[in-house]
Design a protein around this ligand. Structure first.
Ligand code: ARG
Length: 463
């Protein structure tokens, strides 16, 4: 046990308590952030005359060497330390001696860990924003390719009206664009620097908090020292955005699983993204999509876990907050891998246009268009709806599609129907005539794709 706080104690910590309390097992991933924050702190202490310039230089050099050695694998992070902060400080003192003990001047582990977490999560959020950008680029490319790939649109999982694959994918483009905005907002909410807030009430040293905030890439220092060490709102905001990403990925997964099933056969998932069965030789399972759908639970769980952890905590720092780490790390890791693999699956998936088109034709998806045709002939919509319903029933009895009724049969239901009905209810026309803003008609879709193009260019440059 290498502890930073032995002075006040006469007895030894119970071994199980020590283990229970320790966070080194999971907070060691904050090492680069911890070192970065400590270097900024040391530099600022010297600039403010709190320590000597030469002392700061030795601290910084020692900190750099610790990171280099850990990365080179020559310095293992062991459970003999309570947390990553203790590990760094103890090693620093071992290496550079007495001066190492000056690093923690005007600082507490409370503002230190708040800083480390913000630095870590900020980088991860940036990486996920990039992943989302790539997902949107992928969808965009697919949309351009599938402007005339017809498929049924569903409501209640019942065939409703024909759409195109471009339009269907466009829905996910919108979702991932919103996800991106959500994460950008969460990022802006975390971009204030808690360093210098001390344990909870600032310090008596003349710290320059603006300088460390600037060096570490923050918009400025946090404005209330108690809030600084106890704010985990930005994590909850991040986890909520991550939950929403998973919800979208999960819905998409569910569709891919259905589309890949023997009943649908709309798509074929590439071998690289499928797995087999140990007993049934014919199987090719959509495991990636299923796992993405399944892992949604643990990301929601992270959000619920942290919301619950935070709800009864009095100001300022309490050890409960150490529980923010594992769930957040897990959620970030999960979302990253899910986005990457889902995109890989999507980009290698084959769409069976013939099957999709056939399916759109079979389910009376052009029934609304028959009704609209009758409206065009002067029939009030409610009556047109009734006539079309009876036509559909007749088709069901005969086992045919609306397109297959003869003109005589049509006219028996409504004498206003003429030869032009066939053209009006063809799949191409059903889709092409849907030209309202945001509708699937290819002309409208081209406009939306152009708008998306602009949006992608705008967001490409940003993190
Ligand atoms: N491991 C702790 C955490 O993650 C670091 C802060 C400890 N602060 C303290 N006062 N014990 O929250």
């Amino acid at each position: 046990m290498a502890q930073l706080w032995g002075g006040r104690f006469t007895g030894k910590t119970d071994e199980m308590v020590y283990q229970f309390n320790a966070s080194i097992g999971f907070d060691q991933r904050l090492l680069p952030q911890d070192i970065r924050g400590s270097k900024a702190h040391a530099r600022m202490l010297a600039k403010q005359g709190i320590i000597q310039e030469e002392e700061a230089a030795r601290l910084i050099e020692g900190l750099d060497r610790i990171l280099a050695d850990v990365e080179a694998g020559t310095l293992p992070i062991t459970t003999e330390y309570e947390d990553v902060h203790s590990f760094v400080e103890a090693n620093l003192i071992d290496r550079i001696g007495e001066v190492g003990k000056k690093l923690h001047t005007g600082r507490s582990r409370n503002d230190q860990v708040a800083l480390d977490m913000k630095l870590y999560v900020r980088d991860e959020v940036d990486a996920i924003i990039l992943e989302l950008q790539q997902m949107r680029e992928q969808l965009h490319a697919m949309m351009k390719e599938h402007l005339d790939t017809y498929m049924p649109g569903f409501t209640h999982l019942q065939k409703a009206q024909p759409v195109t694959l471009a339009h269907h994918l466009g829905a996910y483009f919108e979702m991932f664009s919103r996800d991106r905005e959500n994460l950008c907002f969460a990022r802006s909410m975390m971009n204030t620097c808690p360093l210098g807030a001390g344990a909870l009430a600032g310090t008596t040293y003349p710290l320059d908090r603006a300088a460390t905030a600037e060096e570490l890439g923050f918009d400025g220092p946090t404005r209330n020292s108690m809030d600084s060490v106890s704010d985990r709102d930005y994590l909850i905001l991040t986890l909520s955005s991550l939950s929403m990403i998973m919800m979208h990925l999960s819905r998409f997964s569910e569709e891919v699983i259905l589309w890949n099933s023997n009943e649908y056969q709309f798509v074929e998932i590439d071998d690289a993204y499928s797995t087999g069965s140990s007993i049934m030789p014919q199987k090719k399972n959509p495991d990636v999509a299923e796992l993405v759908r399944g892992k949604t639970g643990r990301v929601y769980g992270a959000l619920m876990s942290l919301l619950t952890t935070m709800k009864g905590i009095p100001l300022a720092y309490d050890k409960d907050m150490q529980e923010d780490k594992e769930v957040t790390f897990d959620a970030l890791d999960t979302v990253k891998i899910c986005l990457t693999l889902f995109r890989g699956m999507l980009s290698t998936m084959k769409f069976r246009k013939d099957r999709m088109r056939q399916s759109a034709k079979n389910g009376f998806t052009n029934a609304t268009d028959v009704a609209d045709y009758l409206v065009g002939k002067g029939v009030p919509f409610r009556d047109a709806h009734g006539i079309t319903g009876r036509l559909v029933l007749a088709c069901i009895e005969k086992g045919i599609a609306l397109d297959d009724l003869s003109l005589e049969e049509y006219q028996a239901f409504c004498p206003l129907i003429e030869e032009d009905i066939y053209e009006a209810i063809s799949m191409e026309n059903c889709v092409a005539r849907r030209t309202t803003y945001g509708a699937p008609g290819p002309e409208m879709m081209k406009k939306i794709i152009e708008i998306n193009e602009g949006e992608l260019a705008r967001t490409r440059g940003e993190a």
